[in-house]
Design a protein around this ligand. Structure first.
Ligand code: ADP
Ligand code: MG
Length: 263
């Protein structure tokens, strides 16, 4: 990972961990069941400001559920999740404010199909952040330019390619000025030729210092952009290491098997 500042982005995750006073996101002894299915088992995780965490692991291991607990799309059974030191609120106005701090980009593009790209971009900033329409539109156009789709602003989502829609989804999340961005397999639903245009935007964000948690099967991106890799299987974090450490020397049999199948 090439980095804007040596202190916060040494590329090995260690200096970021040492310079930050408190983690931006902290999961502590988090447990989650769906009925009798135990999907998150004693999850402990800290993400410091400016860190890029990549979460990998077999399908069904709880990666999406873990992400969804961080902006409280899923409740937890026990444990604590803190954002910027504050325990996650369970409901109400505080929850809406929290969600505004945590940007999320999903596998499916999730744009509002009956609104233009510009409307998609300005809706939440006007409603939740109480921005003036003109300011929200200026910000939207800046962000659309950053992800390379400003010429599409007046179009409907269905008129854009999958890669363009996903770049709009990223820009839309950024319009809320989130403290952290969560990406849950953002390129998995894309045609192969569009994967890189989305990964490029994510890599750029990482280099600009955005705090990110990315669930992805794109191991090239993981090696390039991550400070730390978290490997999950069966609801547990089995390994947490630097990219080189994890990819070159996976410690558990589960991780070795996983890597031998995908690399
Ligand atoms: P991953 O993202 O690693 O593939 P998930 O977090 O999506 O894993 O799922 C973990 C487990 O929880 C899987 O067995 C999945 O079928 C189950 N699961 C996920 N969401 C729900 C739900 N809303 N209700 C019941 N089971 C669920
Ligand atoms: Mg998933």
């Amino acid at each position: 990972r090439t980095a804007p500042t040596a202190e916060s982005h040494a590329g090995n995750g260690v200096s970021a961990a040492m310079t930050a006073t408190k983690p931006l996101v902290e999961l502590s002894h988090v447990e989650k069941h769906f009925g009798s299915l135990h999907v998150l088992k004693d999850i402990n995780l800290k993400v410091n400001t400016g860190e890029v965490l990549v979460v990998v692991g077999p399908s069904g291991s709880g990666k999406s559920t873990m992400c969804r607990t961080i902006n409280r799309l899923e409740s937890i059974d026990s444990g604590v999740i803190r954002i910027d030191g504050e325990p996650l609120p369970q409901e109400g106005r505080d929850l809406a404010n929290l969600r505004a701090e945590v940007g999320m980009v999903f596998q499916s593009f999730n744009l509002f199909a009956n609104k233009t790209i510009l409307e998609n971009m300005t809706l939440a900033p006007i409603k939740v952040r109480h921005m003036e329409r003109k300011d929200a539109e200026d910000l939207a156009m800046d962000l659309l330019a950053r992800v390379g789709v400003e010429s599409q602003a007046s179009k409907m989502p269905s008129q854009l390619s999958g890669g363009q829609q996903q770049r709009v989804a990223i820009a839309r999340a950024l319009a809320m000025k989130p403290k952290i961005m969560l990406f849950d397999e953002p390129t998995s639903a894309l045609d192969p030729e569009m994967v890189n245009e989305v990964l490029d935007v994510m890599t750029q964000l990482a280099q600009e210092g955005m705090t990110m948690i990315c669930v992805t099967h794109e191991m090239g991106f993981a090696r390039r952009a991550a400070n730390r890799i978290v490997f999950m299987a069966d609801g547990r974090i089995l390994e947490e290491d630097t990219p080189d450490g994890f990819f070159d020397h996976p410690k558990t049999k589960r991780a070795q098997d996983f890597l031998s199948k995908i690399l």
